[in-house]
Design a protein around this ligand. Sequence first.
Ligand SMILES: [Zn+2]
Length: 242
Amino acid sequence: MKLSLRTLAAILVALSVSGCAHSGSPGDHGAGAATAPVTGGDALATLKAGNERFVSGRPLAPATDAETLRVAAEKGQHPFATVLTCSDSRIPVERVFDRGFGEIFVVRVAGNVTSPHETGSVEFSLYKLHVPLLVVMGHTKCGAVQAACAGARVTPNIDSFITSIEPAVQRVRNENPGISSDELEKLAIQENVRQTLRDLYATSPLIREKVSTGAIQVAGAVIDVSNGRVEWFADVPRPDAK
Ligand SMILES: [Zn+2]
């Protein structure tokens, strides 16, 4: 199909209006997010505070009204954090961080692994939406990690994410000979978060550059599905680490 220049220009304008390719300034946040954080540190503090509210049973449910959604649709999205996490139905991301429409760019895939589609989604949020914080979040009782610990094989497509997790499982086994199965699962969930960060760095010059220059902040976390509490890592792999 050959597009005329006029048609192409019309498509680009439409994308821009819809917010799909919005490139507004990081500080230009939409309705319901007038006080949205613009630095990675502020964004992380906002997520931590939201999770505290959720866990304590006192959520404010900000930016969850229809008007916020309407304005965000009209003016474009300006999320302050990108969260790559598992598809598990027990971790609705905006709810556990007590945030709403247009605030968190969420990439979900079983086992919170990354392949070109997920990495590209993260890149899009950093490059086009100027998101200042990237979080990779695993969770307790993750079926994908359990399958990797068991060396399970199911279908080629399911196996694709299981095998992406297996290097993390093997690393935990190597570093902890004789480890119990419960402890293996717990540590593998944490190591899989670090592995995903390493995979993002290994396959994305853009993400490496954003992290190395301090343009974005990176965080790792595991959420407990029994109570919604997010435990944040003290440190995470850096692009230059071996
Ligand atoms: Zn999972």
